[in-house]
Design a protein around this ligand. Structure first.
Ligand SMILES: C[S@@+](CC[C@H](N)C(=O)[O-])C[C@H]1O[C@@H](n2cnc3c(N)ncnc32)[C@H](O)[C@@H]1O
Length: 325
């Protein structure tokens, strides 16, 4: 047994009410204490804490506490996270600011720093862009609707490693291949566009107040090379565990107010990452025109410059990625 096994797997009885789905396990109690996890056993933490914005996670959970009490609660959880994270581990902490509590994400991140984490970077998770993705009219006539949230990249020390190219994109200009590395992949950067798998209208609810899309933890986990144990201390519907399951990695979550059937369903729903269409109408039109135009002849002959051929490859690439031929 290596140091990454959870304590309950060493023979301790699991607390009642746990849920296990293949290599994923949810403990139905508060993450203020995570005795099932050994110190330094976790490689990646991906989570989104309760907002303290009056969300109705459960009738007995008060999501509208005085902020000092709320932040003290988060500090207890973050200290436990610090204990269980490996010295080379990475913690992705997702927090958004609401129209009425701008700046709260910063205060939450400072609490994580007080618990011992170092902030390495702030990522922006874009939920909705140009009419595509999740939309809640949150501005109430006094500000703009919120279409992004923060993801703070936190670590314990300098020994961690990230592989941004694991979630990278191909070069648009292929002459760049070989310039920095032989692989046709570049780091896509610190703004992540990840809309929900499905948007929900007024007629249909997701069964939880504030889940994130599985694509968010899926992307985060893939950036950490060699991860073998993932933790979500605020598991909610189990999105992080669903991502860990899709990647064949063990996951542990904590949720004192669980809907076990919902969590089971989310983990069991196979997650398949997809390439996003950013400008739906434009891209639909390109696909339509490409289908009408038929195959593009390669520009050959004395008049065709290197630049022309390069441009042809880019156009061809875009059409292929959009599903045309
Ligand atoms: C923002 S939601 C997380 C949603 C999750 N990311 C998902 O995609 O489903 C925060 C969750 O923390 C849970 N929670 C509240 N108090 C907790 C505690 N003491 N320990 C662990 N989880 C708690 C809430 O019930 C809620 O489900």
């Amino acid at each position: 047994m290596d140091g990454k096994e959870t304590a309950s797997m060493e023979g301790r009885p699991s607390p009642p009410g746990d849920l296990r789905v293949r290599d994923q396990c949810v403990y139905f109690h508060s993450s203020e204490e995570m005795p099932e996890l050994l110190p330094g056993s976790v490689d990646v933490i991906v989570t989104s804490p309760p907002y303290n914005r009056g969300k109705r996670y459960h009738p007995s959970y008060d999501d509208h506490r005085p902020e000092t009490e709320y932040l003290a609660f988060l500090e207890r959880v973050f200290r436990e996270c610090h204990r269980v994270l490996s010295p080379t581990g990475v913690f992705f902490l997702n927090v958004g600011d609401g129209a009425e509590d701008q700046g709260k994400s910063e205060r939450v991140c400072r609490v994580a720093e007080a618990a011992g984490f170092r902030r390495r970077q702030t990522l922006i998770w874009v939920k909705s862009l140009l009419g595509k993705g999740h939309f809640t009219p949150s501005g109430r006539g006094r500000s703009f609707a919120n279409v992004f949230e923060y993801v703070f990249l936190l670590v314990k020390g300098p020994g961690y490693r990230l592989d941004p190219k694991a979630v990278g994109i191909p070069y648009a200009d292929k002459s760049n291949v070989g310039r920095y590395s032989p692989v046709d992949r570049r780091d896509a950067g610190n703004v992540w566009f990840i809309p929900y798998e499905e948007t929900t209208g007024a007629t249909r609810k997701k069964g939880h107040e504030a889940p994130f899309p599985v694509g968010l933890p899926h992307r985060a986990i893939r950036c950490v090379p060699g991860a073998s144990l993932v933790l979500d201390p605020f598991a909610g519907t189990g999105a992080t565990l669903s991502a860990a399951d899709a990647l064949g990695i063990r996951g542990v979550g904590y949720e004192p107010y669980p809907d076990p059937a919902l969590i089971q369903r989310r983990i069991d729903t196979p997650y398949v990452p997809r390439e996003e269409i950013l400008i739906p109408d434009l891209e639909k039109s390109v696909r339509f025109l490409a289908a009408r135009a038929g195959p593009l002849p390669f520009p050959e002959g004395p008049g065709s410059s290197q630049r022309k051929r390069e441009r042809w490859r880019v156009v061809r690439d875009v059409i292929q990625r959009l599903g045309g031929d």
